[in-house]
Design a protein around this ligand. Structure first.
Ligand code: ZN
Length: 499
């Protein structure tokens, strides 16, 4: 590959890293008065990145490289990935970019006011404006008659509604009776979370222990605090995680850290030869999420993991956990109960929250659902899927920030993450039959090494589903996830969950 093209790849990657640094800092350390200045700085950096990306000279260089026969397979993949990213950017009219930025500002503002007033009506006009712009974007970027595909492509390259809908519909139809069966057991929520206090300094120290336990490299990253935990990678050697501490709810720190560490391990695991190129990237948000869910849920809510770590947790919180043993803790962190709020949902009910949003998004993009009917459509599905009715819109249709940003197509990546996580975990167990015994000894290195070789170091060589298929022998499926739920929750609740 010629040196000019390679240096342009480096430049784009470096700009991306600095954008992530400024965005991370905004959420973690920004002084209150600095918000407008940071908004300008970020907008300037984004504009520079965009300008470099749509530069016609880059288009020519990519076209030349694409037609050349002396590139290595990795170089061919770099050209393919960057060409796709560039073409999406080129097809986005500058006028639309500006209009969207303005509409997003208004969307967030209206969403906050609507939440304040507990009324969707206040948000409706801003949402309708965002929807019109996203329809325009979908048409500009191109699709085969399904606008949603063009938006999904921004988060989940290669995935299509036609592929996704049957899988999510089957998942929904399997989960509704499972949730019903588990809810009928009527188990109270764990007493160790009821009104007890967990010192936040000790919580912080325990999250640092967890980072070490899963093998997150603290010399190539760090953890800080923020209101909503997130991960921003500047480079594989500079991965920023955040967590949050709440004295009454220690699980949000423990599982927030494990979740973000899963994202962080992915970013730290890119191959050295891919650094500062388009291959040092995740192929999709769903595959990224599969790594966070795998560590948070498949490993982190499992009994083998806590067989090793629970004694130390009990030592850190001797009063709050005085009457709790390993089995009680394991049952408590896997408590299943239908609830109104997605981010508080357990593993079993979580995907129903996602399917609900996906179905509504699709109906909105297809003009099958008027924006004004969104709250009633939401509440009707909430009743059907989870048997609950939101008392007001704040606990219903207004709970997530995604639509206030005009982000359609993002929600399904959470469900894809759960499904891919279960399929990858099943493949890991086949490759590492002693996995549980390793975890009981506190040794995560066999699993981490397997994920590093199979997923992390592969970067963006293949689209997400092809990567999963190369590892598991099968692409997207709900089978492994449902099998995992039936085995785990059947045992925890003393039920036979049929499929
Ligand atoms: Zn995540």
């Amino acid at each position: 590959m010629d040196t000019w093209l390679r240096s342009r790849m480096h430049e784009l990657s470096d700009l991306h890293g600095v954008i992530h640094l400024a965005a991370w800092d905004r959420e973690v350390y920004l002084p209150a008065k600095a918000a407008p200045a940071r908004a300008w700085q970020l907008s300037t950096l984004h504009a520079l990145h965009h300008e470099r990306l749509v530069d016609p000279r880059l288009g020519d260089a990519l076209a030349r490289a694409g037609g050349s026969s002396d590139l290595t397979p990795d170089e061919q993949a770099m050209v393919r990935v960057l060409t796709r990213e560039r073409e999406r950017a080129v097809r986005m009219p500058a006028r639309l970019v500006t209009a969207l930025a303005a509409a997003q500002g208004e969307g967030i503002q209206a969403w906050r006011e609507a939440r304040e007033a507990k009324s969707f009506a206040r948000f409706q006009p801003a949402l309708a404006a965002l929807l019109a712009l996203r329809r325009e974007q979908a048409d500009a970027q191109g699709h085969d008659g399904e606008r949603y595909d063009a938006l999904l492509e921004g988060f989940e390259p290669g995935m299509r509604v036609q592929r996704l809908t049957p899988v999510l519909t089957a998942l929904r139809d399997a989960l509704i009776p499972m949730v019903g069966a588990l809810a009928s057991v009527q188990r109270p929520p764990p007493a160790f979370l009821d009104g007890r206090t967990y010192d936040t300094d000790r919580q912080w120290r325990f999250t640092m222990r967890l980072l070490q336990a899963v093998g997150f490299d603290l010399e190539a990253g760090r953890q800080d605090l923020s209101i909503h935990p997130f991960t921003n990678a500047l480079h594989a050697h500079d991965v920023r995680l955040t967590t949050r501490l709440d004295a009454a709810h220690p699980l949000s720190a423990l599982f927030g850290t494990l979740h973000e560490a899963g994202h962080g391990l992915y970013e730290q695991g890119f191959a050295p030869e891919h650094q500062r190129t388009p291959l040092a990237a995740v192929p999709s948000m769903g595959l990224h999420e599969s790594q966070s869910r795998l560590w948070e849920n498949l490993v982190g809510r499992g009994r083998p993991f806590w067989a090793h770590h629970f004694p130390a947790l009990k030592e850190a919180f001797p009063q709050a956990l005085a009457d709790v043993d390993l089995d009680g803790f394991h049952a408590g962190i896997n408590h299943v109960a239908p609830s109104l709020i997605r981010v508080e949902a357990d593993e079993v009910t979580y995907n129903l929250h996602i399917v609900l949003r996906y179905e509504l998004e699709l109906a909105l993009l297809r003009d099958e659902l008027p924006v004004s009917e969104l709250p009633s459509a939401w509440n009707e599905r909430m009743r059907r899927y989870l048997g609950l009715t939101p008392p007001d819109d704040t606990q219903g249709v207004l709970q997530d920030i995604h639509w206030a940003w005009g982000e359609w197509g993002y929600f399904p990546t959470y469900a894809l993450g759960n499904l891919y996580a279960a399929s990858l975990h099943a493949a890991a167990v086949r490759a590492l039959p002693e996995l549980d015994a390793h975890l009981e000894r506190g040794d995560t290195s066999p699993l981490r090494g397997w994920l590093r070789a199979q997923v992390h170091s592969q970067g963006f060589r293949l689209p997400a589903e092809e990567r999963v298929r190369a590892i598991t022998g099968e692409g997207l499926t709900d089978r492994d996830f449902l099998q995992y739920l039936r085995a785990k929750y059947g045992a925890l609740y003393g039920l036979t969950l049929k499929g």
